[in-house]
Write a protein that binds this ligand. Structure first.
Ligand code: TXA
Ligand code: MG
Length: 314
């Protein structure tokens, strides 16, 4: 029996009951599918790590449905609210200092003094959070280091019966994870390129956003691990002419067996990326995939980040 459920009102209420009683629900967001639990329920949160087979506890992003609860949850200031009002709901995650009153979220934060939070731009996700009445922590709903899921079927293929319910919301529109920015210091620092373009944040703030790609041996974010989002086959990147035995993912005018975006649109390419890596994994008869160059602007930063990590050899 499948644990994929259509997104009816009743099923969303059922999903909220599961969250409230300590279970796990995979749900769609605009970026990728998340594997959600009640942030205040450490036992439920620990089940997330077991289902993902993450080797250790890593901090998780809290998803909220209302900007007004933010100050009860994390330390805020004018800059935080300005960014929230401009970019939420949307694919932008903030690293903020925790407020002291909530030790019950220690596991979700992996004991750090900071927490990460975002408001997803997806009606089903927002309805689920509201019906649950708590922030929902959710990493991407895939096994550790594998390709992130952008459909309910991807979640079921990867995590199967280890979760209570998968809410189906169709394909994710953005297709790469949220951009993560650290707002705990004077400068805004980007920890992960993602669905919100760095340029848009800079234009809004009127200042440069610094980049911290982290130390791969000691990542601040698992997304900073060298090997991540990995297909089963080998992946060669920045390829203009593939070898005959490679399954080729094209971009723009460099066409392939499949093309991320024939018209060179980075938004379309980001939305297709993870699903196409899965298709390539199935289709590559010789265990080899190659991918065309993608420009390093706008969402191209996030796309290049993901394919670089996906190409990293063990
Ligand atoms: O788009 C997204 O962000 C998706 C959807 C489901 O919302 N979620 C997602 O979660 O990508 P996950 O767990 O795959 O990635 C969250 C990243 C991790 O790399 C984690 O280490 C980092 O956020 N992170 C969480 N809390 C942090 C903190 N306090 N400081 C620095 N990094 C943190
Ligand atoms: Mg992930």
């Amino acid at each position: 029996m499948s644990n994929i459920y259509s997104n009816t009102k009743n099923n969303i209420i059922k999903a909220a009951e599961i969250i409230k009683s300590g279970g796990l629900v995979a749900f769609p967001t605009e970026t990728v599918y998340g594997l959600g639990a009640n942030v205040y329920d450490a036992q439920a949160v620990s089940k997330i790590f077991a289902a993902k087979q993450r080797p250790k506890f890593d901090p998780l992003i809290s998803h909220i449905a209302d900007i007004d609860i933010l100050h009860t949850y994390a330390a805020t200031d004018e800059r935080v609210f300005a960014l929230a009002h401009r970019f939420w709901p949307g694919p932008l995650t903030f690293v903020l200092n925790r407020v002291e009153e909530n030790p019950s979220i220690d596991l979700a934060c992996s004991g750090l003094r900071t927490l990460t939070v975002r408001m997803p731009n997806h009606k089903i996700a927002l309805d689920l959070i509201k019906a649950s009445g708590v922030p929902i922590v959710a990493p991407s709903a895939n096994k550790y280091q594998s390709i992130s899921p952008t459909t309910a079927r991807h979640v079921a293929d990867g995590l199967g019966d280890s979760i209570d319910m998968i809410l189906d919301g169709g394909a994710c529109k953005v297709g790469v994870e949220s951009t993560i920015i650290d707002l705990t210091g004077k400068n805004v620092v980007m920890l992960r390129a993602g669905g919100t373009a760095k340029e848009d944040i800079e234009e809004f703030l009127g200042e440069k956003v610094l980049i911290n790609e982290g130390n791969p041996d000691l990542p601040t974010a698992p997304g900073q691990l060298l090997r991540h989002y990995a297909p089963k086959n080998t992946l060669r990147i920045n390829v203009e002419k593939p070898y005959n035995d490679e399954y080729f993912i094209g971009f723009g005018e460099i066409d392939g067996d499949i093309n991320l975006s024939k018209c060179g649109d980075l938004t379309e390419a980001a939305a297709n990326l993870f699903a196409f890596l899965r298709i390539a994994d199935e289709q590559a008869s010789n265990g080899k995939i190659a991918i065309a160059p993608v420009p390093m602007s706008g969402l191209g930063l996030a796309i290049n980040d993901r394919i670089k990590r996906a190409s990293y050899k063990k």
